[in-house]
Design a protein around this ligand. Structure first.
Ligand SMILES: [Zn+2]
Ligand SMILES: [Zn+2]
Length: 405
């Protein structure tokens, strides 16, 4: 919640001195509210990254009051002002997210593939799983997410080629049910978007007990989640004690969505933002989608921005060759809100003309003009042709880069 006073409601005269006094008074009053840290870098207003929004954050903000300190500029508008103070106070208290862990390394396509399982299963925590399909089985090496609520488990994506995904997921679900002494749970299979490397194994799930497979067209996605106004309407989806939010996100593909999970502070961004090549088929829609994510997350606990591939190495700006089935020394999967902001600023700076642009942690890769332009449209189930011709080889890559210059 944001306190109801507007930006610049506080006169300049009130700034440093009066705020210093206010800070010490508030600090004395509010200090007993502090609790053990939850997770760093998640909470809006948690400037000191100690898991709570408290007097220490207030002190930092007030110390930065006349500056353009990025840390205290919670609204990101370039000045530390009353709007930021309202945000800070509106989020006063501990940052409540369920924490978890990432593996030291994902399976990356070791040289002979002998040591890689076909699917890596990682429990981020007891109710959140991340799966990776081996790059040895398909160069896309996509990631798949499982969010358990009390009566539904949401599975996002089904992989890029034929792997025993149903049996793997059923084993996870059976284990989860057994641990809770629960008889059953409804499996909802949905998708980040409709590209083949995210829906391939849908057929394994269709017709299985307690299982619903969401269709892959934009219409099917809208109907299932109850989205009436695409792409601006953000809707809740209740898994039972765990509500996620579904955010329309066209631009890479017309039926693309993001999922925000307040329980973990995860934002699932699919192929729209991940440490790799961000293929863009509709520039105006993509730009608007990134801005939508920035706006949506402004007042949310956002711990990790989670995509569906890794194509960057751990050397800034260096990606693995397209089609590579070995990724030694991959970039971490998880990104942060700072990457979302960086991407948004880059998109804004490009105006109406997207260009191939290498950043440390991702590469902006417009396909828009490679096929004569795809501006406009995309509001129905039309296929994103440019994206379906996404590069598969280094030769494709060279051709597409050439076409854009
Ligand atoms: Zn895709
Ligand atoms: Zn993909």
């Amino acid at each position: 919640m944001i306190l109801p006073f507007a930006r610049r409601a506080l006169p300049r005269a009130m700034r440093p001195l009066r705020f210093a006094l206010l800070a010490s008074a508030l600090a004395a009053f509010l200090a007993p509210m502090t609790v053990a840290p939850a997770q760093a870098q998640c909470g809006v207003g948690d400037i000191t990254d100690d898991g709570q929004v408290d007097s220490a954050d207030l002190a930092v903000m007030l110390g930065d009051w006349e500056t353009e300190s990025e840390a205290s500029d919670l609204s990101g508008d370039g000045i530390v002002d009353a709007e930021d103070l309202a945000t800070l106070l509106g989020h006063w208290g501990p940052v409540v997210v369920e924490t978890g862990s990432f593996p030291a390394q994902w399976i990356w396509g070791s040289p002979n593939c002998a040591t890689d399982p076909v699917i890596q299963v990682h429990a981020y925590n007891a109710n959140t799983y991340i799966l990776r399909q081996s790059i040895c089985t398909n160069f896309e090496g996509p990631f798949i997410y499982l969010f358990f609520g009390e009566n539904k488990v949401l599975m996002q994506d089904t992989g890029a080629s034929n792997v025993p995904l149903y049996n793997t997921v059923k084993a996870i679900i059976d284990q989860w049910l057994a641990a809770r002494g629960q008889a059953s749970i409804q499996l909802i299979v949905s998708h980040s978007h409709a590209h083949g490397d995210h829906i391939f194994n849908d057929a394994q799930f269709i017709g299985k007990p307690n299982t619903t497979v969401v269709g892959t067209t934009q219409t099917a996605v809208k109907n299932f989640f109850g989205i009436v106004t695409w792409p601006t309407q953000i809707v809740d989806y209740d898994l039972g004690g765990r509500v996620v939010q579904v955010i329309p996100l066209p631009g890479h593909q017309t039926a693309h969505v993001a999922i925000y999970d307040e329980q973990t502070g995860f934002l699932l961004t699919g192929d729209t933002l991940y440490p790799g090549r961000l293929y863009i088929s509709n520039w105006s829609q993509y730009k608007a989608s990134i801005q939508r994510l920035v706006d949506f997350t402004a007042d949310k606990a956002l711990c990790h921005v989670m995509g569906t591939h890794i194509e960057m190495s751990n050397v800034p700006g260096v990606d693995f060759p397209i089609g590579s089935n070995s990724h030694p020394n991959e970039h971490p999967l998880q990104l942060g809100r700072e990457h979302l902001i960086e991407l948004n600023e880059a998109c804004i700076a490009m105006g109406n003309t997207p260009v191939y642009e290498v950043h440390d942690d991702f590469i902006i890769f417009p396909l828009v003009f490679a096929n004569g332009g795809a501006e406009g449209g995309g509001s129905d189930d039309a296929v994103d042709k440019p994206c379906c011709e996404r590069p598969k080889t280094v030769f494709d890559l060279a051709r597409m880069r050439g076409l854009k210059r």
